[in-house]
Design a protein. Structure first.
Length: 279
């Protein structure tokens, strides 16, 4: 297949680049905003036609949660309008969405069929993207993920390593529970969808296995990085000046993905170890 990967300079896009070597039978077109702005409908149509694209993997997004709150229009353009453009090309689409479509008030892992209730501008724009994609391309595959990190780009893992080296004390929230997800494992899941003999459209949840708080995650990061001098203290969300409300519980139930594609998913700590070996 001729496969277009958008947002290829981001965390997930870069992990897709790494994994392409293990899947050499396809031809890949890796683009980011400089090569192909996905909000430009004519440019997307021309690119798809000129390169006989058969599948689009959309890794592009407006991912800054706080900035999205200040400029929802800009976030909507990339997270929803552009996703509709990608869905209108008459080719298969794999799109990535987020746990932020849910309220975060739940106490059980969220299933794909659970009601959504985004509480942030970012969550609203991502949910709008899901709806608009399915309206244009009903057989699209949407993977909702959470707490993404990678050896590429800026993320929580790199921030905590930096702060751990600089500070003697650090307060990290322990009342927000989720699943850290190594973008390389999400990229592998996307290749599982691509290589599956059957196309299984629909919404799926994909994160690593297990749950932890940001505090537990930080303890694990520092232990693996050999940071011993920084004392990490558990704090409540109300003690941290968040600009945008964060979900307290955003664990995704991955049963549907595992059953449909017949795969096992790595535990979050295993993913973290593999990522940190690359840092
Ligand atoms: N990061 C997380 O914790 C997290 C959690 C849940 C879900 N997700 C979802 O997972 C997916 C991948 O996230 P990620 O962390 O890999 O994102 P990322 O690192 O922010 O990468 C997104 C890429 O898209 C590019 N982009 C922005 N606007 C574009 C446009 N108009 N045309 C083409 N490319 C454009 C960005 O360029 P610039 O950097 O120049 O803007 C960036 O290179 C996204 O759909 C995101 O919503 C992420």
């Amino acid at each position: 297949m001729n496969i277009l990967i958008t947002g290829a300079n981001g965390q997930l896009g870069n992990e897709m680049r790494v994994l392409r070597a293990a899947h050499p039978k396809h031809q890949y077109f890796f683009t980011d905003i400089a090569e192909l702005d996905i909000t430009d409908k004519a440019a997307v149509s021309d690119f798809v036609t000129a390169n006989n694209i058969e599948l689009i993997v959309n890794c592009a997004a407006y991912t800054n949660v706080d900035k999205a709150e200040e400029d929802e229009v800009a976030a909507m353009k990339i997270n929803a309008d552009a996703v509709a453009i990608l869905g209108s090309q008459g080719v298969k689409v794999i799109h990535v969405s987020t746990d932020y479509v849910f309220s975060g008030d739940e106490h059980l892992p969220c299933r794909e069929s659970d009601p959504v209730a985004p509480r942030t501008a970012y969550g609203r724009t991502k949910y709008e993207g899901e709806k608009r994609l399915l309206a244009e391309c009903p057989d699209a595959v949407i993977l909702r993920t959470a707490w993404l990190y990678s050896s590429f780009g800026n993320n929580f893992v790199k921030t905590m390593i930096k702060l751990g080296k600089e500070k003697e004390k650090l307060g990290v929230v322990f009342d927000q529970i989720g699943t850290p997800t190594y973008a390389a494992d999400l990229a592998a899941a996307i290749f599982t969808v691509i290589e599956c003999p059957m196309w299984h459209p629909g919404i799926y949840h994909f994160t690593n296995e297990g749950v932890c708080s940001w505090y537990d995650f930080t303890i694990a990061i520092h232990a693996l990085a050999g940071i011993e001098k920084c004392q990490v203290r558990p704090i409540l969300s109300e003690e941290y000046a968040y600009k945008t409300p964060r979900p307290h519980y955003s664990v995704l139930d991955k049963s549907k993905f595992k059953k449909t594609f017949g795969i096992e998913i790595p535990y979050w700590l295993d993913g973290l170890k593999r990522c940190m070996e690359k840092l």
